[in-house]
Write a protein that binds this ligand. Structure first.
Ligand SMILES: Nc1ncnc2c1ncn2[C@@H]1O[C@H](COP(=O)(O)OP(=O)(O)OP(=O)(O)O)[C@@H](O)[C@H]1O
Ligand SMILES: [Mg+2]
Length: 421
């Protein structure tokens, strides 16, 4: 028989604990391994019993359910917490989710509801959980494991967010430009196939697009790709999205897969912008990526979607180490801090791209990347450069700056001098 799901029940009322225990007693795949009457007992029992799931009340004496969840999330990360609350505690649910709780049940709940929540949380639990979350200033690498170098030369970074409008295109364009300016052979692919907006944001005429490659997939080679890619004045090469939404279906997941596999042999970095919906083309470029730049913001909705994505990604690929968590529009004015994001998702935030409505909007509207106009001295441009540093260090082990002893890299456009480094 398969292993049982080990449960800890935490509630200050003995009769509530008993009711929950009774709801579970005839379930063949669960086992109640303990009961606690307050948050402190829960913390102690969680450490001792290492349950899979903790059913946690909110209002309890000594240590409440939110503080206990926070402590357990940090110290016993294998435990997944389901909050049991009453309607009047709805305000606390937000805090509970931020404290790391995975799901919640409104009391009174039926045995079916309880088991559905337990199975859902158990089945989507992360297989690898990080215990040490770091803040935005930390440049921890996303993975300790070396990249598989067997057949790839270039590093593929897919920029994705499970919430639309989070800043994927902004980050993808500006990071790609930063890498190109540093002298890396860099290709930006607009894989937001229906509504890709890289052409307009970089002020490039879509004279050729991915459709021109998808048409000739059997002839695909480096020469064909370079004849379709357009060159931006920063030195960046760009493969644009189809010019009309109805042409998106001409670029299939298979053709995108072939394109990425060929271009990675010819570029140092391939940066791929994506749409939010998880269509098969998006899944392909997530699969193909050495790193997924997961763009979040400091909002509960953004966090909730990011957590769902982490769970899904982990379940599908078991390779959550490939995700680099990035907070965009970062600001200390929001009630959810960058550290809260990191704590709630149990992942380091590798970089924060600061909020600057004027610089970012003007840059997009004028079709000039942040590093290419007078926004290059702004904090948002500096945070993009920092993110590029993190990417270089994580994927190559050093930055160009380090490799060349601080000497500027020779580059054919005048953009490099604008970096001021
Ligand atoms: N750091 C930032 N500071 C201020 N505004 C920003 C920042 N990043 C992005 N924006 C703005 O947020 C909006 C959405 O950004 P962007 O288009 O990059 O997001 P997206 O994730 O690509 O969206 P979509 O889901 O439509 O593809 C844009 O108006 C952009 O100018
Ligand atoms: Mg976009």
């Amino acid at each position: 028989m398969a292993e049982k799901i080990r449960i800890l029940i935490v509630d200050d009322l003995p009769e509530t604990r008993d009711n929950v225990r009774k709801l579970l007693q005839f379930e063949p795949d669960v086992e109640v391994v303990g009961q606690a009457g307050n948050g402190q007992e829960a913390i102690d029992l969680a450490r001792k019993e290492q349950p899979d799931i903790i059913l946690m009340d909110i209002n309890m004496p000594i240590v409440d359910g939110i503080s206990a969840s926070q402590s357990i999330t940090q110290s016993v990360p294998r435990c997944q917490i389901i909050i049991m609350s009453v309607q009047s505690e709805a305000d606390y649910l937000r805090q509970a989710m931020l404290a790391g709780a995975r799901d919640f049940l409104m009391k009174p709940f039926s045995g079916d509801e309880l088991m559905a929540a337990i199975r859902r949380v158990y089945e989507t639990r992360p297989t690898i959980v990080h215990t040490s979350a770091t803040t935005s200033t930390n440049t921890t690498t996303a993975s300790e494991s070396p990249i598989d170098q067997s057949q790839k030369d270039g590093k593929v970074l897919t920029v994705y967010s499970p919430k639309g409008g989070s800043g994927c295109t902004t980050v993808a364009i500006n990071v790609a430009v930063a890498l190109a300016i540093r002298g890396y052979k860099t290709l930006l692919i607009d894989a937001n196939l229906q509504f890709g907006d890289i052409a307009v944001t970089l002020n490039m005429r879509p004279s050729s697009t991915l459709v021109d490659l998808a048409d000739r997939i059997s002839e695909l080679d480096a020469d064909l790709i370079s004849s379709v890619a357009l060159e931006h004045e920063s030195g960046l090469q760009v493969l644009l999205a189809p010019p009309k939404p109805e042409m998106a279906e001409l670029v299939t997941a298979d053709s995108l897969d072939s394109i990425v596999n060929i271009v990675r042999q010819n570029f140092d970095f391939v940066i791929i912008d994506t749409a939010t919906s998880l269509q098969d083309t998006t899944v392909t470029v997530l699969d193909n990526a050495d790193r997924v730049l997961l763009i979040t913001q400091q909002s509960l909705a953004s966090l909730t979607n990011a957590r769902r994505f982490f769970d899904l990604f982990d379940a599908l690929t078991s390779d959550i180490q490939r995700i680099m968590l990035v907070v965009n529009r970062a600001s200390d004015k929001f009630s959810i801090s960058v550290k809260d994001v990191s704590d709630a998702l149990r992942r380091p935030v590798v970089a924060s791209v600061v909020q600057d409505d004027v610089a970012v909007t003007n840059s997009a509207d004028r079709g000039i990347p942040l590093l290419g106009n007078n926004a290059r001295k702004t904090p948002v441009a500096a945070s993009i450069l920092k993110l590029a540093d993190v990417i270089e260090i994580d994927l190559l082990g050093e930055t160009k700056q380090d490799a060349e002893g601080g000497e500027a890299v020779q580059q054919k456009t005048g953009w490099l001098s604008w970096l001021g480094r």
